[in-house]
Design a protein around this ligand. Sequence first.
Ligand code: NDP
Length: 292
Amino acid sequence: MKLLEGKPIAAAVLDDVEADIRRLGGTPPSLVFVRVGEDPASVSYVESKRKTAERLGVNSRLDPFPESISEEALLAHIEALNQDPAVDAILVQAPLPAHIESQRVFNAVDPSKDVDGFGRQNLGRLVQEDPDAFVACTPLGIQEMIKRAGIPTEGRRVVVLGRSLIVGKPAALLFMQKGPFANATVTVAHSRSAHLPALTREADILIAAIGRPGYVTASMVKEGATVIDVGINRVEDPSRARGYRITGDVLFDEVAPKCDYITPVPGGVGLMTVAMLMHNTAKACRLRRSGK
Ligand code: NDP
């Protein structure tokens, strides 16, 4: 079993992005975070993304709004950012409060600044396999991990557990594309899928993105599989100072011995998500300057 850790792979991606930014020259890329409310997980995600941005010389700014902001006011702010020529990239931190229709907000971000790739234009471009598409950072990070670890995908079975627009669907689309580290036979499973363990046991590469701590057990995994655990779940743990620990969707101790490769949680896919956000931000800046 080989542990597929996010740290060294994310560091290599960030080195490449830093070199890209140096090559671009001129004003550094600029990335604006829009956060609504004070959800502790969102606050800490945005902080860690901003720290990485700062390290790379990306100009980042946080535009925070109270939980009570109306959808119209939020959309008006996004439109102002769309129009601002000094802004290369916009990230609206999910989740948004229930009174705001998230997909409407994601669709409002100018496609050329939509570095999260949640808007309909970029999702459509991904379906069309357009290399200029912005692809959601977590699935892109999963593919990058697999690429840099040299794990073959061509002709192999990839099973994606979860069909969200943020992880499951774009992950499935990426691995079914024509090209290197894709060309896989992809199955997508979800909460209504029948005979789930039989499906997951067919996976050469199993991507678990359901948000259910320890859901994937050893009996659901084939010997020699690669298991990518996307889940980030808070589980109560009075022995920890914070009163909780972070765990994935995979029962790691039981599943790991059967795997060729497995990602840990924390320390796996999460770090790749941040790295790919920087990659997408540099790409947004490069495309803008080239007039695309
Ligand atoms: P969503 O809640 O949007 O989607 C969950 C998906 O899992 C749905 O498609 C749902 O099915 C499916 N599902 C839920 N329960 C089951 C089950 N028992 N069996 C099969 N399928 C099930 O979650 P996200 O996609 O946003 O996130 C998934 C996990 O990944 C979460 O733990 C989240 O925290 C984590 N995450 C991690 C990131 C990272 O950087 N590492 C980034 C983004 C998310 P249905 O559609 O039928 O409801």
